[in-house]
Design a protein around this ligand. Structure first.
Ligand code: SAH
Ligand code: MG
Length: 211
């Protein structure tokens, strides 16, 4: 199996919240961007166990790009005990808190992507305020609560270069399919005229910054 096929197959197996058609679309679009602009600086918000990190990392490796994979690794609200997306196997037995970092590290090591994917462990808004590097690609898939998600958009999307990609996950136009915050953010990005649609697969929206 070639390197890319190996990584996509591995990503498909990782615990997470991204169907494989969306993962492949994430890979395909990132690959295109990396071919057009190699050596780029990319960042994802929401690493969890590394599923999207491997789809994006596979593309980053091909384009000699670096993907920063940001997460505090203690889970979103819906990942906590008593919520529908809680996975008790991800709880740290020492302190009883969710901790996805060891799982993320193991998966990135298994993928041999350590030279293309680097963890940023901490709260998104704190890191954003001290992160001055322009971004060629930003993937937003962190907390989906109103304030958290809007803060991610407001603090990070402004760092995207003209020609850079803004990719948003869990965009549901119909409230029956899921929470509306990522959709509102996506709509605002496009209606502002700053971002233009590139691709749409499932709940994944790929846009490009045009000014
Ligand atoms: N992209 C992942 C899924 C991410 S789930 C995949 O493909 O599987 C959302 C993640 O966002 C969780 O791991 C959670 O810990 C993280 N998160 C939520 N709010 C955050 C914040 N304010 N700062 C950093 N990480 C956050
Ligand atoms: Mg998601």
């Amino acid at each position: 199996m070639n390197r890319v096929a190996e990584l996509l197959a591995l990503a498909d197996q990782v615990t997470g919240f991204m169907p494989s058609d969306e993962g492949r679309a994430l890979f395909d679009n990132a690959l295109l961007h990396g071919a057009r602009k190699p050596n780029g600086t990319w960042l994802e918000i929401g690493a969890y166990c590394g599923k999207s990190s491997i789809y994006l990392g596979a593309a980053a490796e091909q384009g000699s790009c670096l993907l920063y994979s940001l997460d505090h690794h203690h889970g979103s609200e819906e990942n906590q005990a008593g919520w529908p997306y809680h996975d008790p196997t991800l709880v740290d037995l020492e302190d009883g808190r969710l901790n996805t970092l060891p799982h993320w590290q193991r998966n990135i090591a298994k993928a041999r992507l350590e030279d293309s994917v680097v963890a940023l462990v901490g709260e998104s808004s704190i890191i954003a305020k001290h992160f001055a590097q322009p971004l060629d690609l930003l993937f937003i898939d962190g907390g989906h609560g109103h304030d958290v998600a809007w803060r991610d958009f407001q603090l990070w999307a402004r760092k995207i270069t003209v020609g850079g990609f803004l990719i948003i996950h869990d965009v549901f136009a119909n409230p029956a399919d899921g929470g509306q915050v990522p959709y509102e953010i996506y709509r605002t990005a496009v209606q502002s005229g700053v971002f233009v649609d590139v691709a749409e697969v499932g709940s994944l929206r790929v846009t490009v910054r045009i000014r």
